[in-house]
Design a protein around this ligand. Structure first.
Ligand SMILES: Nc1ncnc2c1ncn2[C@@H]1O[C@H](COP(=O)(O)OP(=O)(O)OP(=O)(O)O)[C@@H](O)[C@H]1O
Ligand SMILES: [Mg+2]
Length: 220
C-alpha cells in the first residue's frame, strides 16, 4: 500500500490433506481470504511455496494457472458471483465451456450437478428468479461440475438465513463425504462445527489448529 507494507500473512505453514474438511476462522483482517486466495492460486505469496495436489505452482504463468484452477479447484463466494443474464444451467456450464467440452456433454454434466444440489426443477431460471440459498446452490453446482480436487468457500453462508445455511453446509458435508477436500472460511462457530479441523488466524499468523473426532455434519 504505497509506502506502507501490509503483511497479510506471516510465516504461515499449512498442510491440507486430501479429503479433509477444514474451517479457517479469525477476526476481520486476520488473513483468511488472503490464505484462501493463495490456496486457490488467485494470489501469489511474496515468499514461500505452495504445492497444489502435490505440484509446486510458483513457476506457472497466468494462463497455466487459470487452466489449473479450472481443472482442480471449485470456488464458492459469499455473494454467489453468478452471471445475472444467464440461466442456472448456463452458469453451471461455464467452467466446462472454458475447459473446451462438447455442448451435449456440458449440458448433461450441468444437469447432473444441478440435480446434485437439488435444483433439477430450476435449471432455466435466471439468478434473480432464485432465492439466495438457491443461487448459492447454483454456485456450488458450478464449483463442483469439473469434479475439482479442492473446493474453496469464502463465507459461503454469509448472505443466507439459518435454515438455508444448514442446507448449504449439509451439501458441503455430503461432497466431503464423497472424497472432496473442502476449505471453508467463516467467522461463525456453527459453520466451523461442520468441519473436522479448525485453523484460527490472528494478525496473519496461525494461532491454533484443532482436529476434532466428531463434527456436526458428517463422518469423523
Ligand atoms: N489488496 C490489498 N492491499 C493491501 N492490503 C490488503 C489487500 N487485501 C487485504 N489486505 C490487508 O491484508 C490483511 C488480511 O486481509 P484479508 O482480506 O485476508 O482478511 P480476512 O481475514 O479475510 O478479513 P474479513 O473477515 O474481513 O474478510 C488485512 O489487514 C487487509 O487490510
Ligand atoms: Mg475475507
Amino acid at each position: 500500500m504505497g509506502e506502507v507494507t501490509v503483511r497479510a500473512l506471516r510465516e504461515v505453514s499449512l498442510d491440507v490433506r486430501g479429503g479433509e474438511m477444514l474451517a479457517i476462522m479469525g477476526a476481520s483482517g486476520s488473513g483468511k481470504s488472503t490464505m484462501l486466495n493463495i490456496l486457490g492460486t488467485l494470489d501469489r505469496p511474496t515468499s514461500g511455496r505452495y504445492f497444489l495436489d502435490g505440484e509446486p505452482v510458483e513457476h506457472l504463468d497466468e494462463y497455466e494457472l487459470s487452466r489449473l484452477r479450472n481443472r482442480k479447484i471449485g470456488f464458492v463466494f459469499q455473494s454467489f458471483n453468478l452471471l445475472p443474464r444467464d440461466t442456472a444451467l448456463a452458469n453451471v456450464e461455464l467452467p466446462m465451456v472454458y475447459a473446451g467440452m462438447r455442448p451435449s456433454q456440458r449440458r448433461e454434466r450441468a444437469l447432473w450437478a444441478l440435480e446434485r444440489v437439488g435444483l433439477a426443477d430450476r435449471v432455466d431460471h435466471l439468478p434473480n428468479q432464485l432465492s439466495g440459498g438457491q443461487q448459492q446452490r447454483v454456485s456450488i453446482a458450478r464449483a463442483l461440475v469439473n469434479q475439482p480436487v479442492l473446493l474453496l468457500a469464502d463465507e459461503p453462508t454469509g448472505a443466507l438465513d439459518t435454515a438455508t445455511t444448514k442446507q448449504v453446509m449439509e451439501l458441503f458435508c455430503s461432497l466431503h463425504e464423497l472424497g472432496m477436500t473442502v476449505v471453508v472460511v467463516t467467522h461463525d462457530p456453527t459453520i466451523a462445527g461442520y468441519a473436522q479441523r479448525v485453523v484460527r488466524f490472528q494478525d496473519g499468523v496461525i494461532v491454533s489448529d484443532e482436529r476434532r473426532s466428531s463434527a456436526v455434519g458428517g463422518a469423523a
